[in-house]
Design a protein. Structure first.
Length: 150
């Protein structure tokens, strides 16, 4: 049997004016929110991947500031295994208002959320607690372990 390796996904946490940028996906008749980002391509660093994915999904040029935390997502049937790496990012040029949803069919919305609204959305993986802590400028745990939401 051929060994399939886990998918590595990078995600950029952009916080401005005490709000976090999230992107909505629609897949298999389900809608949910994610931190913008995507898969790391072979031969690409995590920072390069995140800069590319952010541009594709949000039209923003970003700088990767620091690593924040990691989680793993393993489906109960073991058919999916994703290692999620979360980084703090910032816009390269804050004077530009060039936020625009990417062209991929599964992308359905893009917006900033205040912490009060985070509690009421479907977020995959469920990192609401970490996002609220970041918005409150509290310390976060760097390894979240396994997270799987149906």
């Amino acid at each position: 049997m051929e060994k399939i390796r886990p998918r590595v996904r990078v995600a950029g946490i952009l916080i401005e004016n005490e709000r976090i940028l999230l992107i909505e996906h629609s897949k298999n008749d389900k809608k949910y929110w994610l931190v913008p980002g995507g898969g790391v391509d072979w031969g690409e660093s995590t920072a390069e991947s995140l800069i590319r994915e952010y541009k594709e999904e949000t039209n923003l040029d970003i700088e990767v500031e620091s690593f924040l935390f990691l989680s793993e997502t393993i489906a109960p049937d073991k058919e999916k295994h994703v290692i999620n790496l979360y980084f703090k990012v910032k816009r390269k040029d804050t004077s530009k208002e060039d936020l625009k949803l990417g062209n991929e069919e599964m992308l359905t919305d893009l917006k900033f959320f205040e912490k009060e609204k985070i509690k009421n959305i479907k977020l995959y993986p469920n990192i609401k607690e970490q996002i609220i802590k970041l918005l409150n400028k509290e310390e976060i745990v760097p390894y979240l372990g396994l997270l799987w939401d149906k």
